[in-house]
Ligand binder design. Structure first.
Ligand SMILES: Nc1ncnc2c1ncn2[C@@H]1O[C@H](COP(=O)(O)OP(=O)(O)OP(=O)(O)O)[C@@H](O)[C@H]1O
Ligand SMILES: [Mg+2]
Length: 230
C-alpha cells in the first residue's frame, strides 16, 4: 500500500543455529512487514522461534537466509538505530542506577548528560518510578524493572519498540500494569510495537496476532491492519 511507512521488511528470512547433527532451524521462510503504528503480538509455543524473529527484526541477530531491511528507520553501521527493546529480565545494566539506565541511550546518541537526565526523570515519572530513580536494578521488583525498561524506551522515543516476553516473570496484575505502561508509551511516542508473548491477556490487547509454529509464521489468528501483510 502506498503511503505506509515500512519499518521492518522480512523477506524469506531464516535463522539456523549450530551445524551438522546439532543444527536447529529456529526461523524458516518468514516474510512479513511491520508498518508504522502497528501493534503486533507474536505468539506460539515455546521453541517456535518467537524470540529469534523479534531479535532478527531488531538487527540483533543476523539471518542465515533471506533478508531483513528497515526501509523507514534511521540506520547506523548497517543496523537500525531507531529501535527500543524491552526484554524479559535482562534489560537493565546492573552497574548503573535506574536514571542512568534510562538516560544511557540518549547519552550514546549525543544528548548532553544534563538533558538526558532530565528526560529520564520525566520518563520515570510517567511510569511511576520517581521513588526508585536512584536505585540500582537489583533493588527493583520484576514489575519495576520492566517499567524502568519502558521508561528507557519512552525517553529515547524510537520509531519501533520490540518486547520479548516483557511480562514473562510477572504475576497477572503486575503484567497488566506493565502492559498498560508499554501501550501508553508507544501511543505517546507514536512507535510501532512488536511483542512476543505466551500470555493470552497480552496478545488479545494488541491489534494483530502472528503465530509462530516450528519456525514458520502462520496465518494470523485475528485479521487486522497488519494481517494481510505476511
Ligand atoms: N543461541 C542459540 N543457540 C542455539 N539454539 C538456539 C539459540 N537461540 C534459540 N535457539 C533454538 O531455536 C529455537 C527457537 O528458539 P526461540 O528462543 O526463538 O523460541 P521461542 O518461541 O522464543 O521460545 P520461548 O517461548 O521458550 O521463549 C529453539 O529450538 C531454540 O532452542
Ligand atoms: Mg522466547
Amino acid at each position: 500500500m502506498t503511503g505506509e511507512r515500512v519499518l521492518v521488511d522480512c523477506d524469506d528470512v531464516g535463522r539456523v543455529y549450530g551445524s551438522g547433527s546439532t543444527t536447529v532451524v529456529a526461523v524458516s521462510g518468514v516474510s512479513c512487514q511491520v508498518l508504522a503504528g502497528d501493534r503486533i503480538a507474536v505468539v506460539g509455543r515455546s521453541g517456535s522461534g518467537k524470540s529469534t524473529l523479534v531479535h532478527l527484526m531488531g538487527g540483533l541477530e543476523t539471518p542465515s537466509a533471506g533478508r531483513v531491511s528497515w526501509p523507514a528507520l534511521r540506520m547506523r553501521r548497517g543496523r537500525p538505530d531507531d529501535v527500543g527493546v524491552v526484554f524479559q529480565g535482562l534489560s537493565l545494566l546492573p552497574a548503573l542506577d535506574v536514571t542512568e539506565n534510562v538516560a544511557l541511550p540518549l547519552v550514546l546518541s549525543g544528548v548532553s548528560q544534563e538533558e538526558a537526565t532530565e528526560r529520564a526523570m520525566v520518563a520515570l515519572a510517567a511510569v511511576r518510578l520517581t521513588a526508585q530513580a536512584r536505585a540500582v536494578p537489583e533493588e527493583l521488583s520484576g514489575g519495576q524493572s520492566q517499567r524502568a525498561a519502558i521508561a528507557r524506551v519512552l525517553a529515547a522515543a524510537p520509531a519501533l519498540v520490540l518486547a520479548d516476553e516483557p511480562t514473562g516473570q510477572l504475576d497477572h496484575e503486575t503484567a497488566r500494569t506493565v502492559l498498560d505502561a508499554l501501550l501508553q508509551t508507544v501511543d505517546r511516542i507514536g512507535a510501532a510495537l512488536v511483542v512476543s508473548t505466551h500470555d493470552p491477556m497480552i496478545a488479545e490487547r494488541l491489534q494483530v496476532q502472528w503465530e509462530m509454529r516450528d519456525g514458520q509464521l502462520r496465518a494470523p489468528a485475528q485479521t487486522g491492519a497488519a494481517g494481510g501483510r505476511q
